[in-house]
Design a protein around this ligand. Structure first.
Ligand code: RIB
Ligand code: CA
Length: 298
């Protein structure tokens, strides 16, 4: 079965891998929207256009979105994804530019044209919150939000906060309250699933696999200095893979998640597990099946 999707991204290396994988899987990507996160939105947009050009998919339209979080000041993430966000790999410039429509409106328009669409979110949720705030009936056209973000027991910015939700916690809270079915991949299953250099090489083959290895080199050089091993995490690809092949999921919880929003709190941006339900949170994945998902499409 194939799906129609809008991908919202702060394109980053693992975002790039996810976009490439969605293309290789045959997802009908009706548009890609961009948001500040790993790098500033102008750079994110340029990265997405270059990736699509490299993949020969200049037919996929790109829409630029939010420059900064709703309320938080823009923070500069660690330069683990390199200066340009894609491991400082210089891909050929795309002959195309982004479309004129801003991302939140594009999300609404594309969803209306494709009812039942899936929103795959790989970055801070600023555009998504803006879209649903501007157009409340957007709920009628979106069947599911698949999202990488949040932290149940382990974060990557602080002990309790994961980058995407920490960057724009108000937007995350807004989206988590929408009442739309959400499949969430928080930091927990990601940090439990390190992918080592040899595994990356065996998984991502061909010329596109070579590009992925090139982009991940920056990360592996960094990780080697800090941890003494060459490996990476694949948060955004895990969101795509667990949605498309739920047998990858070893355990999940159906609950609600909320954000700590208090500005004075050291916990601002942390995720809190509530007592409701409606958010399916992936807690553990089967690493072999996860890697096989990509081996089968590369
Ligand atoms: O915390 C991991 C997330 O932050 C991933 O989406 C990565 O690309 C960055 O956006
Ligand atoms: Ca991302």
């Amino acid at each position: 079965m194939t799906y129609k999707m809008i991908i919202d991204t702060d394109c980053g290396i693992d975002d790039a891998i996810t976009i490439i994988s969605a293309i290789k899987y045959g997802i009908d990507i009706v548009g890609i929207t961009t948001v500040s996160g790993n790098v500033y939105v102008d750079q994110v947009t340029d990265n997405v256009l270059r990736i699509l050009n490299f993949m020969g998919r200049n037919d996929i339209k790109v829409f630029k979105g939010a420059h900064k979080p709703l309320i938080s000041e823009k923070t500069t993430p660690a330069k683990i994804h390199g200066e340009n966000g894609i491991g400082d790999v210089e891909l050929e410039k795309s002959p195309k530019s982004e479309e004129e429509l801003p991302a939140p409106y594009a999300i609404y328009k594309l969803a209306r044209e494709n009812p039942g669409i899936v929103l795959l979110t790989l970055g801070p949720l600023t555009n998504i919150a803006m879209a649903f705030n501007l157009y409340p009936d957007l709920k009628n056209y979106v069947s599911k939000i698949v999202s990488m973000g949040g932290a149940v027991n382990f974060g990557n910015v602080t002990r309790f906060a994961e980058f995407n939700f920490f960057y724009d916690p108000e937007a995350a809270e807004f989206v988590l309250r929408l009442g739309i079915p959400i499949l969430l991949v928080p930091w927990d299953p990601v940090v439990a699933t390190p992918i080592f250099e040899e595994e990356l090489k065996e998984t991502f083959k061909g010329s596109v696999g070579k590009l992925i290895l090139q982009m991940e080199k920056t990360v592996m050089d960094f990780v080697e200095k800090v941890r003494g091993v060459r490996g990476v995490f694949l948060p955004d690809p895990m969101a795509l893979a667990t949605f498309l092949d739920p047998t990858i999921i070893k355990s999940k919880i159906n609950t609600s998640m909320h954000m700590e929003l208090n500005h004075g709190s050291l916990m601002r941006g942390a995720s809190i597990i509530g007592e409701g339900h409606g958010t399916e949170i992936v807690m553990e994945v089967d690493k072999g099946k996860f890697l096989n998902f990509f081996k089968n499409i590369f």
